[in-house]
Design a protein around this ligand. Structure first.
Ligand SMILES: Cc1cc2nc3c(=O)[nH]c(=O)nc-3n(C[C@H](O)[C@H](O)[C@H](O)COP(=O)(O)OP(=O)(O)OC[C@H]3O[C@@H](n4cnc5c(N)ncnc54)[C@H](O)[C@@H]3O)c2cc1C
Length: 242
């Protein structure tokens, strides 16, 4: 997809030092009705940029007039082989439509800019995570990155509906919370359940990646009302409800 058609977004990203690559689909796999996994070659990206936990790229999906960028997390990136996997939570939308129709040899533009990972310091004694299908790939990567730390995960939606959460029942407790009232249900549940185990953790680390409004509400609650220091909280909205 021509970079010149990416408009002002593409121009700003180039000014900020973003780097552009082309991914090619090599294999597809349906994981139930609401998830699709694609395997791709990376166009030389991983060897050039390196890899870090929860790494994501901006992908350029075809749209009327011009391409539209959406963020997706790299699953099992392999710089030596030049391959990676993407896991799409499916819903109405350009990116989902592209993923549903994707076939081997299809290509898509990818831009690397804005991704990063700050390793929690001090190392967490307990991770408290709030996630949903869109952030499940990043949650899996986070759990790998924090190694042996136990985790309590509030998962908005059905954790069994997509790629398997890479959780270890000996260390990770997953509390499924069906989405209702546009995320307010999850916020109420966390407000009710989080304070006790958080208070018992010497070095808690709170990781929040839900829709933007839910993420903002949870982040504010954890920082302001529970008093968790800012450096021990990571909150990033993963999608915007409309
Ligand atoms: C850093 C980062 C990494 C991400 N990684 C992944 C990933 O690995 N896998 C993944 O599936 N998503 C991921 N996302 C989320 C993804 O970028 C958004 O869901 C994106 O909006 C999808 O684009 P779309 O064109 O399909 O839908 P849009 O055109 O953005 O939206 C169309 C409609 O679908 C609704 N919608 C959008 N996203 C969702 C959703 N997740 N659940 C329910 N309804 C939705 C919108 O509210 C709107 O009504 C990530 C987001 C961020 C910020």
């Amino acid at each position: 997809m021509g970079q010149e058609r990416r408009g002002w977004e593409g121009a700003v990203l180039r000014l900020m030092g973003a780097r552009d690559f082309t991914f090619t689909v090599t294999d597809t796999e349906d994981l139930g009705p609401s998830f699709r996994r694609l395997r791709l070659t990376d166009g030389g990206m991983l060897a050039a940029t390196g890899v870090h936990p929860t790494m994501w790229v901006r992908l350029w999906f075809p749209g009327t007039g011009r391409p539209h960028q959406r963020a997706y997390t790299l699953v099992d990136p392999d710089p030596a082989a030049g391959t990676l996997t993407l896991e799409f939570a499916l819903h109405p939308g350009r990116a989902s439509d592209w993923a549903r129709a994707a076939r081997p040899s299809d290509t898509i533009g990818a831009t690397v800019q804005g991704t990063g990972f700050q390793r929690p310091d001090p190392a967490p004694s307990h991770v408290f995570a709030m996630a949903d299908p869109a952030s499940l790939p990043a949650l899996n990567s986070l759990l790998d990155a924090v190694g042996g730390a136990p985790a309590t995960i509030w998962f908005e939606g059905d954790p069994g509906a997509g790629p398997p959460p890479r959780t270890d029942p000996a260390r990770h407790e997953v509390r499924a919370a069906p989405r209702h009232e546009a995320g307010a249900g999850l916020v109420a549940r966390v407000r009710e359940e989080l304070p006790a185990p958080l208070g018992a953790a010497a070095h808690p680390y709170v990781w929040i990646a839900c829709d933007t409004a839910t993420t903002r509400a949870l982040g504010g609650y954890v920082r302001r009302e529970l008093g968790v220091p800012r450096r021990q909280v990571h909150a990033l909205g993963y999608w915007r409800p409309s």
